[in-house]
Design a protein around this ligand. Structure first.
Ligand SMILES: Cc1cc2nc3c(=O)[nH]c(=O)nc-3n(C[C@H](O)[C@H](O)[C@H](O)COP(=O)(O)OP(=O)(O)OC[C@H]3O[C@@H](n4cnc5c(N)ncnc54)[C@H](O)[C@@H]3O)c2cc1C
Length: 375
């Protein structure tokens, strides 16, 4: 069995078990891990044979991807997407062919879960990044059923979730398209639920990437009952700060095996950070996607949406990686991560942020003051 430190919680083993002997159980940090019921287990070892961490994933992707900067021509969808709205265009195309899109949305309690949609009306549910580990549940099994019925399927997820899907399927389906994203790591659902509960109000919606103050300085927007809302800039919001400072991430994220080139998915999306330094025509602060085309299938998919997007081909991969290191690498684990999770049950999110991020606070305050003095 894979070690706890390396298990990504993708759920491939849970989906493959012929005896339903595996359940995904939440640990004290709030992440799900597989647990085997020895009574039901028949020792077929399928779970180990398809684990994407223990086995090489056959992804059929290129050694060096094509790199594009792009955004949708649809201004409304661009403004409600995390970067340039490329996911919207890819999904819209798949749905227009009567296909199915599987990606992350919310359940009624704002837990992040993978959902299956068939209509453009439901696309809103999947749009936008949710910086919390999504529960794939039984979506690998359901994707396989759809693929066998010759449905066209676009499955979107973290690199480890796409690796899990490909391992689970064990064969290449010509009607499957996969899309992952540049991934900083996935925060704990427990930290997320604690953060939400501290609003002490009924939540109506959550947006991790509100662009009212621009793409470069995005905000967390929480819509409360009566449509009142709170909007905190990324540098002020305690959930985003703990995420961006790597405290709340899953242990496997610090040594990610799938954040690499060649990538696992047909297409990889990300924020094209650094456009202002090289591709000035994309520097309008409304959001530009980095698009890595990793396979022929990815290329085919992209060709179908070219009329709907503004794009530039042949961008510089090394420059993109320099500005966005998570394209092929993991973030560093903070020294006090263990202590942070130990405190999680005892302290409020704000207290945790104050305790673990004070040094950064101080540096930012001094830097801000210096900037004001110089001005
Ligand atoms: C946890 C996480 C970490 C990320 N880290 C980085 C990073 O370090 N650098 C970077 O450039 N980009 C990162 N991204 C990607 C970025 O936020 C945008 O999703 C990407 O630029 C695509 O934007 P878009 O406008 O095309 O699509 P969007 O409208 O943002 O669509 C996002 C797609 O991702 C899926 N998705 C959203 N949340 C999750 C989730 N929790 N788990 C699985 N799938 C999900 C949705 O279903 C949708 O299909 C991260 C995304 C997530 C979810």
């Amino acid at each position: 069995m894979v070690t706890k430190k390396d298990c990504t919680g993708c759920g491939a083993c849970y989906n493959i078990c012929p005896k339903n002997a595996i359940t995904m159980q939440v640990d004290e940090e709030g992440f799900k891990y597989p647990v085997i019921d020895k009574e039901k287990c028949i020792n077929c070892n399928l779970c180990e044979k398809i684990c994407p961490v223990l086995n090489k994933v056959n992804s059929n992707t290129k050694e060096t991807p094509e790199v594009l900067a792009a955004y949708t021509k649809n201004e409304t969808e661009r403004s409600s997407s995390s970067s340039g709205g490329m996911f919207y265009e890819l999904a819209n195309f798949i749905l227009s062919t009567q296909g199915t899109v599987i990606g992350a949305g919310y359940d009624e309690e704002f837990n992040v879960v993978h959902k299956i949609i068939n209509t453009v009306d439901n696309l809103k549910e999947l749009q936008g990044s949710k910086y919390v580990q999504s529960d794939t549940n039984d979506t690998y099994k359901r994707a396989k059923e759809l693929l066998k019925k010759e449905n066209i399927v676009l499955y979107v997820g973290t690199p480890c979730q796409i690796a899990g899907l490909k391992s689970f399927l064990q064969k290449d389906y010509s009607n499957l398209y996969t899309c992952d994203f540049v991934c900083h790591g996935v925060p704990s659902p427990k930290v997320w639920q604690k953060y939400l509960s501290e609003y002490n109000r009924k939540i109506k919606n959550c947006y991790f990437r509100n662009k009212d103050s621009g793409w470069n300085c995005f905000s967390m927007k929480i819509v409360l009952e009566n449509n009142k809302y709170k909007r905190n800039r990324m540098t002020k919001d305690n959930f985003l700060r703990l995420f961006l400072n790597n405290y709340s991430l899953r242990p496997s994220c610090y040594n990610c095996k799938f954040s690499r080139i060649p990538r696992v998915a047909d297409i990889t999306l990300g924020d094209f950070w650094g456009v202002e330094g090289k591709y000035l025509e994309f520097n309008d602060d409304k959001g530009t996607s980095l698009v890595l085309v990793n396979s022929n299938k990815g290329q085919k998919l992209l060709e179908n949406i070219k009329d709907q997007i503004i794009y530039r081909e042949n961008c510089d991969l090394d420059y993109a990686i320099k500005c966005n290191p998570c394209i092929c690498g993991s973030v560093k684990q903070p020294e006090k991560r263990k202590e942070f999770f130990y405190d999680l049950d005892k302290m409020k999110i704000k207290q945790l942020a104050n305790k673990y991020l004070t040094k950064q606070n101080l540096i930012r305050r001094i830097y801000g003051k210096l900037k004001r003095v110089i001005k």
